[in-house]
Design a protein around this ligand. Sequence first.
Ligand code: AMP
Ligand code: MG
Length: 415
Amino acid sequence: MTEAVAPGVGTVDGSLSTVEAYQSAILQAITPLPPVRVELADAEGCVLAEDVTAAVPLPSFDNSSMDGYAVLAADTDHSSERSPATLPVMAEIAAGDTAAYGLAPGTAIRIMTGARLPAGADAVAPVEWTDGGTARVEIYRPVAHGNAVRYAGGDATAGETLLEKGVRLRPMHIAVAASAGRTMLMVRPRPRVAVLSTGNELTEPGTPLVPGQIWDSNSYMIAAAAREAGATAYRRSVVPDDPAGVLPALEEQLARADLLITTGGVSMGGEHDVVKAALRDLGTVTFRKVAVQPGMPQGFGTIGAGRVPIFTLPGNPVSAYVSFQLFVRPAIAALQDARDLRLPGVRATLTASVRSPEGRRSYLRGVLDGGQVTPLSGQGSHQIAALGKANALIIVPERETQLPQGETVDVVVLP
Ligand code: AMP
Ligand code: MG
């Protein structure tokens, strides 16, 4: 649970973990949040913890898909512009009219979209095919059996599974649940994520910069990324590089977080790596190098009696971002027992050559347009401006050090 990858397991050269080995160690350590019952109106973004089945067929009664006239198709067999079928209009049925209507052969009933088809009718002549008459109607074309009729059960049959456990509820799913008559759903809630950035150089955006300082962008970015990934996220103000202050700052968040994320303070062997220094002695967080570029130094484990998962992401903003998408995002999904663990990927053609360090998988920032992907200039892990132009990450496999223009590559589509 607290253990991540054992030394040497899933490593590239005995010291670097592969991306996959690290991801699976993380997922093994995550226990999904307990399911809760929520109102339909609050369910968006939660993940279904039960299947939703149709209580009744969808639609539940035969009805018209157009404004027009309910008829017997056979009564219009010989209709044409010159010699229309002329039928007396016996009634009008609006959507929501629950009275029982019957259609006699040789007659028509005016009917609106969504209104129940009268017994005896087998087709609807759209109003556009008629003169729109009220006492009697002229129909200018033959109407086929079943024309403009939406049959009961044509969308789903009673008892059919409409939504499966593990689905992250998006607006269309909320509509499906409502159409199944549900008011409450069993879901895994949005995980509560606390984000802390560390560094003496960091100040809040909005305060004047003294040379040597930078505005904290990571905590805003990672909190936003966590929200986008399905969490309820909040950021704490910047934590200074004070080893004595880091642990208390983290512990303060434990009672109200299902997941903690820090950025900064974990680089390799730096003297000011306060996050590493503060967590190493707990023995529940493992620091390792992952064979990835950017984002090599990673830490993951649990903290506190409640064993809250914690990620310590590198401080460079692009490294923090890529690390989040590769490692934290699946953990948020796993807390919800969701199926959408990973971002979607596509294959695309490189419009320019790219380089990558040997033995590490690169995730280069790029612009995906149709089937083509263009690497951005400015691939440094501090280059947040270039990240801001990207909509995709270009994957360069560990074994490649360069790929030529025209090569087909795997691309991660950014949310
Ligand atoms: P660290 O991992 O703490 O050694 O930081 C690596 C680099 O990332 C340094 O250039 C930091 O100034 C920068 N950095 C760290 N944290 C942040 C942050 N919250 N926002 C923007 N840049 C950061
Ligand atoms: Mg730092």
